[in-house]
Design a protein. Structure first.
Length: 399
């Protein structure tokens, strides 16, 4: 991909000169070699620029400009600080070193569509502009490098708040603790308690559509049976209200909006398009993953340090069982309603897709409990369907 761009021509045409400089001990010799090098570039650039437009395509992915491993001589010049690289939109586009290569980076959510890269030679005060056309690549899109911080939830049942905190951090570019989100969530009147057992056997509890339900700190006096019964949290509406408290637009999109025109695949594509255009997406799904699709490295999140590319397994022995949780709650009119939902409800952040945006092959997410995961679309949709395709789209008001 780099063969179209000026620096590779510099190296291919002048590699011998650069290589020879390594064995030169005089400033005069180095000056002669460098002068020849850059003069040849000027002639080349004037000739080629007249024949073809110099275009570099950039999306939110890191994109390699040149590999120092392949061209070590350029690395020596670069690290000597003789070369400078600047763009006309420094807050939106950067040329940085990653994995021993010069790579472009475009800030997620930037609406810049074109810019200019200025390549400078400090000691000769030369500058060579290269025009950049920034197009949104519809394949293999990834906002992972743009995330300010990806952390694991601090409490047993704070996945939604941890995901929301990471998203807010990325927008604001500063640390925001999950406790800040938890403090803004509406709480049921019996928050941090177990379900009420009525004499007739009916269990009365809260409505996660309206507020946070259950004991967020996982009290030690709860039995294993009670833990299974009460493993629950909060749905998208209260979390959406928190984003709005931070002055963001939100859109709740779930199975209730599916019809003959909008079905799950279209829903997913809509989310990916929003992600591509600078919004962020928080979703709800099944914590459990089928063993054949589990890409976790660690058997448990307690077996090591989960990092950006080290995740823990989400395998469950009962992944194919109904795993239903049932209780009753009072609605806004104080009428009892039955709640039947999934034992294993979980929240996560949408990061990336692989393949065509219209029909991706894989989806990448940040799981606040076990880390960075890549799932085939089939398994990803199964997990998402278990939670009625719940999602929130979060957009800055100035976007």
């Amino acid at each position: 991909m780099f063969c179209k761009y000026p620096f590779q021509y510099i190296i291919l045409h002048n590699y011998f000169l650069i290589y020879s400089m390594q064995f030169s001990n005089t400033k005069i010799t180095k000056f002669i070699f460098c002068s020849i090098l850059w003069l040849s570039f000027l002639f080349w650039y004037g000739f080629v620029a007249a024949k073809e437009q110099k275009v570099i395509y950039i999306d939110s992915n890191y994109q390699e400009f040149i590999s120092f491993k392949k061209y070590p001589s350029l690395a020596q010049i670069y690290y000597s600080s003789d070369l400078s690289f600047e763009t006309t939109h420094p807050h939106d586009i950067s040329l940085i070193v990653k994995n021993n290569s010069l790579v472009f980076w475009k800030r997620h959510g930037s609406d810049i569509t074109q810019s200019q890269l200025i390549i400078g030679v400090k000691w000769k005060q030369y500058s060579f502009p290269i025009h950049i056309n920034i197009e949104k690549n519809e394949r293999d899109f990834n906002i992972f490098p743009d995330m300010y911080e990806l952390t694991l939830q601090k409490k047993s049942l704070s996945c939604e708040s941890a995901a929301a905190a990471d998203i807010l951090e990325t927008f604001f570019r500063k640390s925001i603790h999950e406790d800040s989100v938890i403090s803004l969530l509406p709480k049921w009147s019996h928050y941090n308690t177990l379900p009420q057992e009525h004499p007739d056997g009916i269990k009365i509890w809260g409505n996660p559509e309206l507020w946070f339900v259950w004991h967020i700190d996982h009290s030690s006096d709860i039995t294993a049976k009670q833990k299974l019964m009460t493993w629950y949290w909060v749905y998208e509406a209260p979390i959406s209200d928190v984003y709005q408290d931070y002055w963001f637009y939100t859109e709740i999109f779930n199975e209730s909006k599916h019809n003959s025109v909008i079905w799950p695949d279209m829903h997913l594509r809509y989310l990916l398009e929003k992600l591509q255009n600078g919004s962020m997406v928080q979703l709800w799904w099944d914590w459990c993953t089928k063993i054949e699709y589990d890409d976790g490295i660690l058997e448990s999140k307690n077996d090591g340090n989960i990092g950006w590319y080290v995740s823990a397994k989400n395998t469950c022995y009962n992944v194919d069982d109904p795993r239903e949780l049932k209780w009753k709650y009072y609605d806004r009119n104080w009428k009892l309603q039955e709640h039947i939902w999934l034992d294993g409800e979980h929240a996560f952040i949408l990061l990336w897709w692989k393949g065509d945006i219209k029909n991706p092959t894989h989806i990448r997410v940040w799981d606040t409990d076990t880390g960075y995961h890549l799932y085939p679309k089939q398994e990803w949709m199964r997990k998402w369907e278990k939670m009625d395709y719940r999602s929130i789209i979060i957009t800055k008001k100035d976007s």
